[in-house]
Ligand binder design. Structure first.
Ligand SMILES: [Fe+2]
Length: 233
């Protein structure tokens, strides 16, 4: 598998390039509008053309590049089917693996940050990678205080869908604000200050309710724009 982790520094969003070496089929997970030129240059340098963009959820902090990349490359937009976005070309559902060439990507319904959030698992015997979106971050998790967020729901998603994976599974998050790249299920079970050490759902909900975070600066543009697959205002 061809694999790259790419950072958009303003929103600290990670975009992931995955490509099947046999077929050349290529996808970008959570591409960001501001980094379209960089991503296209990278694809060109690798001799790849883009087939799919895949988003984890309707982001509140940045615009997805899905629409722009489709305009520029003809890539198709894959998105959680539950969001029912008219702009999406492919609806992703848990229980229905999505093939990037020969690489099966397993959508995992992981609501709580948003109501239709999905993470994506690659588990082909060789690679055990989870693209966790904004459900589970490194020693943190996605916010649950806006859009359709709900802390108790997020707690259940993380425990049922992520902490149930093998301990050595690599977790690649949708963001990191401190320059970290990757974590594992075992590390988060142990070290995550909101969830680790078997914190209870009640403890987690109290922590999330006490965060007192600022209103997201781009939310009023990002959410309606992302409901149109990344349409600038
Ligand atoms: Fe998000």
């Amino acid at each position: 598998m061809i694999f790259k982790q790419l950072l958009e520094p303003d929103s600290c969003t990670y975009t992931y390039l995955i490509a099947c070496p046999e077929s050349g089929t290529t996808a970008l997970i959570d591409p960001v509008l501001e980094t379209v030129d960089r991503d296209l240059a990278l694809l060109q340098s690798l001799g790849l053309t883009l087939d799919f963009t895949i988003d984890t959820h309707i982001h509140a902090d940045h615009l997805t590049a899905a629409r722009r990349l489709r305009e520029l490359t003809g890539s198709r937009i894959a998105w959680p089917a539950l969001d029912q976005l008219p702009c999406a070309d492919i609806g992703l559902r848990e229980g229905e693996p999505f093939l990037v060439g020969k690489i099966p990507l397993h959508p995992l319904f992981t609501p709580g940050h948003t109501d239709h959030h999905h993470a994506y698992l690659i588990d082909n015997g060789t690679h055990h990678l989870l693209f966790s979106g904004d459900a589970l971050l490194i020693e943190a998790c996605g916010r649950t205080d806006f859009q359709s967020g709900d802390a108790a729901t997020l707690y259940r998603s993380i425990h049922e869908k992520i902490f149930s994976l093998p301990d050595e599974s690599l977790i690649y998050p949708g963001h990191d604000y401190e320059g970290r790249f990757v974590t594992t299920v075992a590390q988060e079970k142990q070290r995550n200050p909101r969830l680790g050490n078997n914190r209870s759902q009640e403890e987690f909900v109290a922590i999330m309710e006490g965060l007192d975070l600022p209103y997201p600066r781009k939310i009023d543009i990002a959410v309606p724009g992302n409901q149109q697959c990344g349409q600038p205002a």
